[in-house]
Design a protein around this ligand. Structure first.
Ligand SMILES: Nc1ncnc2c1ncn2[C@@H]1O[C@H](COP(=O)(O)OP(=O)(O)O)[C@@H](O)[C@H]1O
Ligand SMILES: [Mg+2]
Length: 365
């Protein structure tokens, strides 16, 4: 798995039992080389060309294969011990609303890191390219993780599974309504951008910088006017919206102190999450607890802001359920691939807006 943060390729060797419980055998993360990350960012910001995309599809495939092979080595296993690899690929573009050309209207998405490269370089059957089938079926091709959330958490409580990756997204698992999910807004993406720009650090570790700043309420309120936040779910977003142009544009009204910028942007992520609960979730179900995951679960200031904006929230993390925050999405895609291999449907139409249940994923033997 590698998400929109482009931080690392997270690989996890998982055993899935017949009752769908799991055991983590080993895990391994491979950071993108700086120049690869830079190029990926460039094309994800729509500043690349088709030659870049063509080439990077293979480069990323090789890196995913390398992550898998290093994981094998680390866990002292061989290719023949492994049933399959499930790979999300690297999203470089996602267009969740329909565009029209020559009478054809369609949504679209593009994940690169070719599965033929992964299967050849590892000698292991590889499943990948999940999102396209859901889009073919009229969905947004996202979010896909709710399928695994349902398996991992069940609905014994009214729970929100809140991932805070580059983008923040929530799955609603409740006895009071159908499963649904949506992207709340930017997660770490804007925090990362400003931390890199003003502090030359990859991210605000544990929210330490934000904790030394002050929230600028005027700027925060103006940022909350972004139309995405008031769209009714199902909805998904990505770097197509919250990209470097967006970041530079909002900076025009930012406070002068750089710590205050990080604090306010961190508050923005927290508030867009809690506001979305009030606007879109509480009208449908009560909330017993929320379960945080993704890298943002380690940002203490972000979590303290969430508590400030919604004091009644009971906040847990995936670790409370034996799932490392960092591996959650890798585990989710292992389950998706498991269903593909077993020829069973694995999308959740109530989350993606697809017209039917479909088996997502392609297989390279
Ligand atoms: N200790 C930490 N403190 C604060 N933020 C963190 C920490 N560790 C990771 N992150 C944030 O999480 C991001 C990566 O999260 P991840 O869940 O991998 O997102 P994605 O799925 O978009 O790759 C990093 O870019 C960083 O912003
Ligand atoms: Mg990541």
């Amino acid at each position: 798995m590698s998400g929109t943060s482009l931080d690392s390729i997270d690989a996890c060797l998982l055993k899935i039992f017949d009752d769908l419980s799991f055991e983590i055998i080993e895990s391994y993360s491979l950071e993108y080389p700086t120049e690869t990350r830079k190029k990926l960012l460039q094309i994800a910001n729509n500043n690349g060309n088709i030659q870049d995309v063509c080439f990077l599809n293979f480069v990323v495939g090789e890196l995913f294969a390398k992550a898998a092979n290093n994981l094998l080595k680390k866990s002292k296993k061989e290719a023949k011990d492994i049933d399959f690899i499930s790979s999300h690929g690297q999203t470089i573009f996602h267009i969740p609303s329909e565009l029209e050309l020559g009478g054809i209207k369609t949504k679209s998405t593009l994940q690169i890191g070719d599965i033929s490269v992964i299967s050849y370089k590892t000698g292991i059957t590889t499943v990948g390219d999940f999102r396209t089938k859901d889009i073919a079926a009229g969905g947004q091709g996202a979010p896909l993780v709710p399928f695994a959330d349902k398996i991992l958490f069940g609905t014994d409580k009214n729970r929100l599974i809140q991932n805070i990756g580059g983008i923040s997204n929530v799955t609603v698992l409740s006895k009071e309504c159908d499963i649904f999910a949506f992207d709340n807004g930017a997660g770490n993406m804007l925090i990362d951008y400003f931390t890199q720009k003003f502090f030359n650090l990859p991210y605000d570790k544990n929210g330490e910088i934000a904790s030394t700043g002050k929230i600028d309420d005027v700027w925060l309120n103006s940022l909350l006017e972004e139309p995405y936040y008031s769209i009714t779910p199902p909805k998904t977003t990505g770097r197509e919206l919250f990209n470097s142009n967006y970041a530079e544009n909002i900076l025009k009204n930012a406070p002068t102190k750089r710590e205050d910028i990080i604090a306010t942007i961190t508050a923005l992520t927290a508030k867009t999450i809690t506001d979305s609960y009030k606007k879109f979730i509480l009208p449908k179900t009560s909330i017993d607890e929320i379960v945080l995951g993704g890298g943002g679960a380690y940002n203490k200031t972000l979590i303290s802001y969430m508590k400030h904006f919604m004091p009644e929230l009971i906040i847990k993390t995936h670790e409370d359920f034996g799932i490392p925050n960092k591996l959650k999405e890798a585990i989710a895609f292992a389950y998706l691939g498991y269903y593909t291999i077993n020829k069973q449907t694995n999308n959740v139409p109530s989350c993606t807006g697809a017209l039917s249940d479909v088996i997502m994923g392609k297989i390279s033997y």
